[in-house]
Ligand binder design. Structure first.
Ligand code: GDP
Ligand code: MG
Length: 177
């Protein structure tokens, strides 16, 4: 849908992107339903979930898309990205490899969606302090170099999960309204 339609309806498509098992589905489950799945496989994924939010007294709907695990095969289709105005680019702070994949995911995002897509780099699993392999400063520096927002979250203990989604939605709102 066009940005005109999105402004009228305040329905913003936001995509979750990143390597398998970084916590994308659980971030959505925590944000939209306040749930957490300790042993989730890719099967808990819904295609998308619509979450109502209030921004400046206006009702805004965030339509948040989750992969059904197809990122394992590097086969996320262009339809997944189509029309997205926001993205959460997620890595797992305990697995360095998932941070190193972010550049590729960003390229894929920019290939299939508008370059102006509001993007938040998310270092998830901040509760696993003893297994940390990525410093917050590294995430921050990468985000700064690419013009992205940055936040660390935990879908397990809820920290910063709402803030991650809300920051993206607020920014989209302020651009489109
Ligand atoms: P996805 O493949 O990116 O959708 O990842 P999932 O949401 O399925 O999560 C993969 C695994 O990581 C599951 O076992 C989750 O319980 C776990 N997980 C997700 N988020 C967190 C988190 O913030 N902290 C911890 N400790 N585990 C998490
Ligand atoms: Mg998933």
């Amino acid at each position: 849908f066009s940005s005109e339609e999105q402004t009228e309806n305040y329905l913003f498509k936001i995509v979750l992107v990143g390597d398998s098992a970084v916590g994308k589905s659980n971030l959505l489950a925590r944000f939209a339903r306040d749930e957490f799945y300790p042993n989730s496989k890719s099967t808990i994924g819904v295609e998308f979930q619509t979450q109502k939010m209030e921004i400046n007294g206006k009702e805004v709907k965030a339509q948040i898309w989750d992969t059904a695990g197809q990122e394992r095969f590097r086969a996320v289709t262009s339809a997944y990205y189509r029309g997205a105005v926001g993205a959460l680019l997620v890595y797992d702070i305990t697995r360095r490899q998932t941070f190193e994949s972010i550049g590729r995911w960003l390229n894929e995002l920019y290939t299939h969606s508008d370059m102006n897509v509001v993007t938040m780099l998310v270092g998830n699993k901040s509760d696993l302090k003893d297994s940390r392999r990525c410093r917050p400063s590294e995430g921050k520096a990468f985000a700064k170099s690419k013009g992205l927002f940055f936040i660390e979250t935990s879908a397990l203990d809820s920290s910063n999960v709402s803030a991650a989604f809300q920051t993206v939605v607020r920014e989209i709102y302020s651009i489109l309204s």
